[in-house]
Design a protein around this ligand. Structure first.
Ligand code: SIN
Length: 281
C-alpha cells in the first residue's frame, strides 16, 4: 500500500489497494491512515454497487439518509448526478458543510465513488477542523468549549429551500414545516482519536444555544472563515473509479460547480456515527 499526502493539512492518496477484497491487515492499515489524514482517495478501484455497500458495512454500516432518494435496489446508496443538459450550474453539496450535522448522531464518514467525471472541474475541497481548533486563541478555546450550537436542515431542506429546482436529476424532498434544531458541542472530541475539533459549519449551524441568530452570526462567520482558511484544506481531483472516504467528525467539505455542460455522476453512502461528545467539564 502506497500513501501520498495531498497537502500539509489533510488528505492522502492510497495506491495498490483493492477495496473490493480488503484483508483484515489492510483494513487496519487503512484505518490508521484514515485517522492520520482524515480524507483518503483510492484511485483505480473497480467497485460494483454491492461492493460499495459491502465496504460501507465493513466501515461500520450505513447511516440514515433523509431527503435524498437512493437507488431503488440499494436505498442506502445515493446517486449524486449532474447532467450535461442541466440548466443550473449549481452542483449538490456546493457550500462548505459537514454531512447531516442536523441529525442527533450524524454520519461518522462518507464514501463517494466516481462513475462519470467531467473533463475538468467538479473537484471536492476538504478542510481540517482539528487545525481550525488549534488556531483558536486560548481565550476563544475557553469561551467555546462549554457551548453548544444548534444545527438544522432548514437552509437545504426546509420549506423554502430551492435545492430540487437546481438539481434536475436528483430526487430531493423537503420539509413542509420548519425542521427541528439539534444541539451539538461547538468543540467536538473525536470518538476514536480523542482530539478536539472546531465543529460548526456554515450550511447547518444556525446559532449558539440560548443565543439568537443575530447574536451568533458574527462569531460563527469568524469561525467558519477560520475553518476554511486555505492553509487547512486539500482539493480532491476526481477520476472515474476513484473512491474518496472522509471523516465527518473532524472535516468539512465543499463540492465545486465549475463543470456546467458536462456530466458528473457519483455514488454516495454514509457510515452511521455516534452522538457527538464535547470536552468533559
Ligand atoms: C457531498 O457533499 O456529499 C457531495 C460532494 C461532491 O459531490 O463532491
Amino acid at each position: 500500500m502506497r500513501i501520498r499526502p495531498l497537502t500539509g493539512a489533510l488528505g492522502a492518496e492510497i495506491k495498490d489497494v483493492d477495496l473490493a477484497n480488503l484483508t483484515e491487515q489492510t483494513h487496519e492499515q487503512i484505518e490508521a491512515a484514515f485517522h492520520q489524514h482524515l480524507v483518503l482517495v483510492f484511485p483505480d478501484q473497480s467497485l460494483t454497487t454491492p461492493d460499495l455497500l459491502a465496504l460501507t458495512h465493513q466501515l461500520g454500516g450505513p447511516g440514515e439518509t433523509p431527503y435524498l432518494q437512493g437507488l431503488s435496489d440499494f436505498p442506502d446508496v445515493v446517486p449524486i448526478i449532474k447532467a450535461a443538459s442541466e440548466k443550473s450550474p449549481i452542483s449538490f453539496g456546493s457550500g462548505w458543510h459537514t454531512d447531516f450535522t442536523f441529525q442527533s448522531a450524524p454520519p461518522s464518514r462518507t464514501l463517494l465513488y466516481a462513475l462519470v467525471t467531467p473533463p475538468q472541474g467538479g473537484d471536492t475541497l476538504f478542510t481540517n477542523l482539528y487545525l481550525a481548533y488549534e488556531a483558536l486563541s486560548d481565550g476563544l478555546k475557553k469561551l467555546l468549549t462549554p457551548l453548544n450550537s444548534l444545527h438544522s436542515a432548514t437552509r437545504s431542506y426546509g420549506p423554502s429551500s430551492t435545492l430540487q429546482n437546481q438539481l434536475e436529476n436528483m430526487v430531493i424532498t423537503k420539509e413542509t414545516e420548519e425542521p427541528a434544531e439539534q444541539a451539538h458541542p461547538v468543540i467536538r472530541i473525536h470518538d476514536v482519536t480523542g482530539r478536539p475539533a472546531l465543529w460548526v459549519n456554515p450550511t447547518y449551524t444556525l446559532r449558539f444555544e440560548n443565543m439568537t441568530e443575530q447574536e451568533s452570526q458574527p462569531l460563527l462567520n469568524y469561525l467558519n472563515a477560520l475553518a476554511t482558511n486555505p492553509s487547512n484544506t486539500c482539493r480532491v481531483r476526481w477520476q472515474k473509479d476513484s473512491l474518496t472516504v472522509w471523516d465527518n467528525r473532524c472535516t468539512q467539505h465543499c463540492a465545486t460547480s465549475d463543470y456546467h455542460g458536462h456530466r458528473r455522476e457519483m455514488l454516495r453512502t454514509t457510515v452511521k456515527g455516534q452522538p457527538p461528545k464535547g470536552v468533559a467539564l
